[in-house]
Design a protein. Sequence first.
Length: 361
Amino acid sequence: MKERSNNPKTAFVFSGGASLGAVECGALKAIVEHDIQADMVLGTSVGSLNGAMYAYNPTLEGVKAIEDVWLNIKVWDVFSPSPITPILSITTFGLNLISPKNIRKLITENMEFTRIEETKLPLYIIGTDIKCGQEVVFNKGLALEALMCSVAIPGVFPPQRMHNYSIVDGGMVNNSPISTAVRLGAERVVVFPIGVPSADQEPRTVAEVLIRAFIFLLNRQLATDIQLYKDKVELIIIPPPDCIDVGPHDFSKSKQLIEESYAKAKEWLENDGFSPNADTNLHPCDVHTPPVNLMEAVIPEPEMKVTTRAKEGFKHSTKGMKESFEKTTDEIYTGLKKTAGEIKKKLLKKDTEDESTDKKE
């Protein structure tokens, strides 16, 4: 690696990962509290939303604004619940299963600026031209439209057509855009990864298998970039929580993810300090460093019977439903209790007023 300067040009790189973007928020809070600042900001997919808000207001107050968004976001704010859109897409050869109107509304309501050039720090938003697989980097123009390109998960949201490009989620080619930061002149690259799922929990549904596959693919790309650039720049990977037990479609656990990632980043800063850690960063998807995991192939365990799978699936589903019902019941009980208290106060107030009227008469 080239000789370090006393004040290296620093890039903050925010990865994509849907609801796991809350992990980046907690880590960013710890980094900003540690008085570490960026000279440029790059973001892909949901990381572009975090990065855009930080680039506009790179202070603790700005991080608090990002945290408020994550604490209030619901799954329907991102994925519009409409059965019509997929049916129309299938019957009319459309390109998306979910309407982008809700996520467009979410971005519009939380972005305090219109053009990318208005941010305090240089902002670079990453997309992918789905026609040829080329990376597209927005550094000026309408922030909303650039962000809509970066978050357009292929097949889920429609590609955004502009300048003869058909642009989708930047994570398809550069989920953690270290390479782009280096090409833009960064001497120190600070990466905010999303982490990986816990190895203690085996996926039980098709959706969970696909989600894990998606997360590991993104992390595999990051592992490659770490090996490619660790000797070219000061590369710092902010360690995410050890076990991520939240799926990228689950926006109800944002508070948990923020708290866990904040605690993990604070612990790392206090124990190891803010310094290059590519060689000590243990990445589970890294195939470029030892050890080699040799294993004998044997006859695998038989697949579960259909009836067993059905029972396990039903059990897994009912557990989630039970938790949801209990939460809803608690909310209803709390609401009724509050309403009853208000009614009681009003009745007592009315009785007092009536007594005062009777005494006067």
